[in-house]
Design a protein around this ligand. Structure first.
Ligand code: RIB
Ligand code: CA
Length: 314
């Protein structure tokens, strides 16, 4: 079976880091063209560094890493050090990696790579604010015909917001970029809090990463122990939701997930509900469906897949 060509855009963040490691463990199925980074969980200088740290952790030195936008398209940057720590991937070893940062801007790289690809051939996997993707669409709309689908982590409906009562972080940080993406016409698969809150890294699941016996498993366990504490206190749960790996898990085994084709419209006017993903789940408007809203997952199957791929790494 041919490998799926993907471009990952992220803001590491511990859950972005696990998403990358899942992808690294599945390179027999995924042709990772490149990794672009965006300001989000922590400022860009750290998200781009963190992506390179995770590449080295996973033993991946042949995938280029790019830095993109250091702020949202219209609004001031909002970060999430309270969740992810000052360095963004606290729990992991933090250092200046040898793996170089590419000099080309991530938006230019996305445009150049997608324009150089056959029609309908590239899958975009954004797991942070959608600034780089929105900017690429504005810069070169012709990329849209070459994008097979966009599988993104963001949004919330039944779960409510995690950053404001009505907005999830990735969409809240750059609602204008999200609005561009959700109106772009490409097939979109959304992994919102409605599904990511069903894949909770409990203490047992966290310990299972370390039990894999490899360097990556131990680092994932340490990152999860740091990362879980915020959501455990917030939600009173055993562990925290593992948001971003849902995107890659979907690409590897979509049967683990259940979704529905709906219209998703982004709030960009009201400060009260800024960044809300207004999801017409029951078709009560005449707004045409523009995304598959994923709302169910086989959580044990998800973690079995994640462990199997991480076990392949150093
Ligand atoms: O709301 C969760 C999302 O925001 C995740 O992608 C997390 O990494 C942060 O970017
Ligand atoms: Ca993220």
């Amino acid at each position: 079976m041919s490998r799926k060509a993907i471009l990952i855009d992220c803001d590491p963040g511990q859950d972005d880091a696990v998403m990358l490691l899942l992808a690294f463990g599945a390179r027999d199925a995924l042709d990772i063209k490149g990794i672009t980074t965006v300001a989000g969980n922590v400022p860009l200088a750290k998200t781009q560094r963190n992506a390179r740290i995770i590449c080295e952790l996973g033993g991946v030195t042949d995938v280029p890493v790019y830095a993109g936008c250091d702020r949202p398209m219209m609004r001031h940057l909002v970060t999430a050090e309270q969740v992810h720590g000052h360095e963004g991937i606290d729990g992991a070893e933090i250092y200046e990696p040898d793996l170089p940062l590419q000099s080309q801007h991530a938006v230019d790289y996305i445009v150049e790579t997608v324009m150089g690809a056959p029609d309908d051939s590239i899958t975009l996997v954004p797991t942070g604010p959608l600034t780089n993707i929105g900017m690429a669409v504005v810069r070169e709309p012709r990329i849209l015909s070459r994008i097979h689908e966009i599988v993104l982590m963001g949004g919330a409906m039944r779960e409510g917001g995690n950053t404001t009562p009505s907005a999830e972080f990735n969409i809240y940080v750059d609602p204008h970029a999200a609005d561009i993406v959700f109106r772009c016409g490409c097939p979109i698969v959304v992994m919102p809090l409605d599904v990511t809150h069903q894949v909770v890294t409990t203490a047992t699941r966290t310990a299972a990463f370390a039990a894999l016996g490899n360097r990556v498993g131990k680092s994932v366990q340490a990152m999860m122990e740091f990362y879980n504490r915020f959501d455990e206190e917030k939600y009173g749960t055993d562990g925290g939701p593992l948001h971003d790996p849902c995107t890659i898990a979907y690409l590897l085994n979509p049967t683990l997930f259940r979704g529905k084709s709906v219209n998703v419209t982004i709030e960009t006017q009201s400060e009260l509900t800024m960044g809300a993903t207004v999801t017409d789940f029951w078709g009560v408007t005449d707004r045409a469906p523009n995304a598959v809203w994923v709302h169910g997952v086989n959580a044990d199957g998800f973690f079995d897949l994640l462990n199997a791929k991480i076990a392949r790494l150093p």
